[in-house]
Design a protein. Structure first.
Length: 202
């Protein structure tokens, strides 16, 4: 990657047709790539017109920036998890959003959205969390994460005082994911709902 911006800079110098502004940007970009200053490199790259570069130069730079975005996206995701663990929900949501902005199609993107919805719930906005989680479930979330989405959706319904909806989600979780880590706590919650319902009808 250290050669990428240098290649484009050399090419500009050779043909002499590029502006001094482009040369300055490429020189700065080369230094940022060399120092692995990802965020600054991404910002500089946004100001460069790819039409001023050869197709090879543009491709090399785009690949480098794509890698930087993927790395930063993962970094923001991991930071968000730490902030969520430390109950700093507002900052966690900002980190999760930053992760998705950099790479909304990353392997971890679904997990980011689920944790962001949970942080939203914990921040006291269960209705917003419900909307986010229902959207993920409707989009056929990866099976390895779908039980998480169902569990947090049920909790959001509980906190929104929507007990019937919570019970339906929990029963669906138990039916679809009998091996889930949430199966036992889901069963306990359903039993509690049944007892409460039976008591209210006596």
């Amino acid at each position: 990657m250290l050669m990428v911006a240098a290649l484009a800079l050399t090419s500009c110098g050779e043909n002499g047709s590029e502006s001094s502004s482009l040369n300055d940007k490429l020189s700065t970009l080369y230094k940022l790539v060399q120092n692995r200053d990802r965020q600054a490199a991404i910002e500089i790259f946004r100001t460069i017109n790819p039409d001023q570069l050869t197709s090879l130069e543009a491709k090399l730079l785009e690949d480098t920036i794509k890698d930087f975005k993927a790395e930063l996206s993962t970094q923001h995701y991991l930071e968000g998890l730490d902030q969520l663990k430390n109950e700093d929900y507002t900052t966690a949501i900002k980190s999760f959003r930053a992760s998705l902005k950099l790479n909304n199609n990353a392997v971890h993107a679904t997990a980011v959205k689920i944790h962001m919805a949970n942080a939203t719930r914990l921040l006291g906005n269960p209705q917003e969390a419900i909307a986010l989680l229902q959207q993920l479930i409707t989009a056929h979330t990866d099976r390895t994460l779908s039980d998480d989405a169902h569990w947090y959706l049920a909790l959001s319904h509980f906190e929104a005082q929507q007990h019937d909806q919570a019970g339906t989600v929990l029963k669906n979780l138990m039916k679809r994911f009998p091996d889930s880590q949430y199966f036992r706590p889901a069963r306990i919650r359903v039993e509690e709902l049944n007892r409460a319902h039976n008591s209210s009808t006596i």
